[in-house]
Design a protein around this ligand. Sequence first.
Ligand code: FES
Length: 153
Amino acid sequence: MVIDQELELEKILEKYTGKKGALIPVLQEVQELYGYLPEEAMKRVANSLKISFSQVFGVATFYAQFHLKPRGRHVIRVCSGTACHVRGSDKIIGEVEEQLGIKSGETTEDLRFTIEPVACLGACGLAPVMMIDEDSYGRLTRNKVKGILDKYE
Ligand code: FES
């Protein structure tokens, strides 16, 4: 662990020592610190809250907001909801996966992108749709994908 992060982690743990119902807020802060929940940090959380590692791990895996692996600087969500599926979202997902050399749910080794599966982005009229971070791209075609990905460093 990097020294600054180590100190920050100590501060977070101290702040919640002996507090009830602290597990979720602690995990949120720890995740903010690292971008995900490293196993070592979850062990420290368990120690500090005097609960078992499996309790911490159970909560971390139960809630979708928590990530157990490092995530990319940019999160790509390609919609696979019905409207998008009908309009060829499979091809868009395939193209993104091919361009990045990873599968949906995975992160590129350089931590540039994570692809996250999503059911409906609520913009069905623009199907097929993908979001990168907060930007949405509608009426996508396969050949637009590379140009869009290139905008993100
Ligand atoms: S189904 Fe894709 S945005 Fe709704």
